[in-house]
Design a protein around this ligand. Structure first.
Ligand code: NAP
Length: 459
């Protein structure tokens, strides 16, 4: 029985790894999800069939309620609200790990190996920190509290004190596992630490923090796996922990920020330098165009690159963009989509939106694949993107974007930028490209402008 159980766990671990590999490309991501979900189903079934389970009543109740809540939420959630959903899921994962180790302590009365006790304390610490931090992140993203960084005097000192006290309590518990009250005290302090760590982070940096908290929830699960001596939990927790930290690193690199700057920089708490209206006070001319002008350009263009950004998600213009692509391809125009790694507000944001609109994966190109092609392109059509095309990232050393790889839209023969006004993007800095004489600014909601363009080209 035990060998069979271990073989089944091994199969589910293999499915998790294959699933993760598939998730690295939009073409195979759906299969990756199915594989990983299959692996999880297998792991849950094998655990349920474990002979140590005497009564299934509460387990079945939990499965039914959890599955119903999960299915309804997954179907109803808006794509733009995905980061806060992930935050809640991370938080619940952390809380589950903490509760499981607490109940294991109750069951064993603390009679465990030193490794068991140490991982119990680690799971409780990281799990509760993840829970409280994730719910602060959720509240910020859901607009239940201010999305801006919340900073106060001695904040970092308070966080350091809370972390030190957690370490002390964990040490006391390890020396005398009979001191049960060290555990609730550790849980309360860890929850406080989670709040203190996430409060000073600005709303738009939240996806990075959510990815980091995702990694923490994996570490808490892996620690719980050690407490329960459950291999599949150790491995799946480690996979979540590792992939979360890799994703965090990729996001920081693509934003040209260090993780320390994201966590402690309180970016967004002051008016950003270089924002429109700030600086020299010099007034620059911007020429606004109508969709009619752009339609004339597109009619004669032989190659067009679409550059989607956060505004595409806000306006939900992905279907209109796909319609425009179809009309242009029908007229013999070469069309591609340039996807910047941090366009939007979460990793893969543009890929998910475009997949929703059934855009062919073959038309999508990464920054590395497409950047040299802009110079041979007639029109770069930017839809709700701003920071990811800002040339200041190449030249202005004082810009927060400096060093971030950008899409070379300014190299295209004509640049069309569709956004509602001159507002800056996430970084808060102005964009020189808006004032370039070769740029056609179309000041409109992306969906409205694209729909108008499609109708004009069709007629
Ligand atoms: P962005 O720089 O934030 O700019 C988005 C632009 O969309 C805004 O300037 C806004 O201008 C426009 N917009 C908003 N609503 C619109 C609508 N209905 N129709 C048309 N335009 C609209 O976006 P981005 O170029 O995609 O860059 C992403 C930024 O987020 C980067 O700085 C990145 O570092 C950061 N970030 C990304 C991630 C990630 O994982 N993807 C995570 C954290 C942070 P108007 O208001 O004038 O229309």
């Amino acid at each position: 029985m035990e060998t069979l159980e271990n073989l089944a766990y091994l199969a589910s671990i293999a499915l998790f790894i294959l699933g993760l590999r598939d998730l690295s490309s939009p073409k195979t991501a759906r299969r990756g999800n199915r594989r990983a979900a299959g692996g999880m189903l297998l792991a849950v079934l094998v655990t349920l069939l474990d002979r140590q389970i005497l009564d299934y009543t509460w387990i079945v109740f939990g499965l039914v309620v959890g599955a119903a809540v999960g299915a309804v939420t997954a179907r109803r959630i808006q794509m733009t609200a995905m980061p806060q959903l992930v935050a809640v899921l991370n938080g619940l994962g952390g809380a589950a790990s903490a509760l499981v180790v607490l109940s294991e302590y109750g069951r064993t009365g603390g009679l465990m190996t030193t490794v068991g006790l140490a991982t119990l304390a680690a799971s409780l610490w990281i799990g509760t920190l993840t829970f409280s931090g994730s719910f602060v992140a959720f509240a910020k993203l859901q607009g239940l509290m201010t999305g801006a960084p919340v900073v106060f005097r001695l904040q970092q000192g308070a966080s350091a004190c809370a972390a030190g006290a957690c370490l002390l309590l964990a040490g006391i518990f390890l020396i005398d596992p009979g001191l049960w009250y060290a555990l609730p005290a550790l849980a309360v302090l860890s929850a406080l630490l989670g709040i203190l760590l996430v409060l000073p982070i600005g709303g738009a940096d939240m996806p990075v923090v959510i990815s980091l908290l995702n990694s923490y929830s994996g570490l808490a699960a892996a620690a719980t796996g050690f407490v329960l001596s459950n291999q599949v939990l150790i491995v799946s927790g480690a996979l979540v922990g590792a992939s979360g930290i890799i994703l965090t690193r990729i996001m920081c690199q693509a934003m040209n920020r260090s993780l320390a700057n994201v966590l402690f920089g309180a970016v967004g708490s002051q008016a950003a330098e270089g924002a429109p209206g700030a600086g020299s006070g010099e007034r620059r001319r911007v020429t606004g165009y109508e969709p009619e002008d752009v339609a004339v350009m597109l009619e004669t263009a032989q190659s067009v690159i679409f550059v989607p950004g956060y505004g595409l998600a806000v306006s939900q213009a992905q279907h209109a963009l796909h319609d425009l692509e179809q009309v242009l391809i029908g007229r013999g125009t070469k069309v591609r989509y340039a996807i910047h790694p941090v366009a939007g507000r979460m990793p893969g944001h543009m890929n998910v939106l475009l997949a929703e609109a059934n855009v062919s994966y073959d038309l999508l190109a990464t920054l590395e694949e497409i950047n040299d092609e802009f110079q041979n392109t007639d029109v770069a059509l930017v839809v709700g993107a701003n920071d990811v095309i800002n040339p200041a990232a190449r030249t202005r050393k004082d810009s927060p974007l400096y060093g971030m790889p950008i899409l070379n839209v300014d190299k295209a023969r004509t640049v069309v930028i569709c956004k509602r006004g001159l507002s800056p993007g996430f970084s808060g800095v102005d964009n020189e490209l808006f004032y370039d004489p070769r740029t056609m600014m179309v000041f409109a909601d992306a969906k409205q402008a694209l729909t108008r363009l499609v109708n004009l080209l069709k007629s």
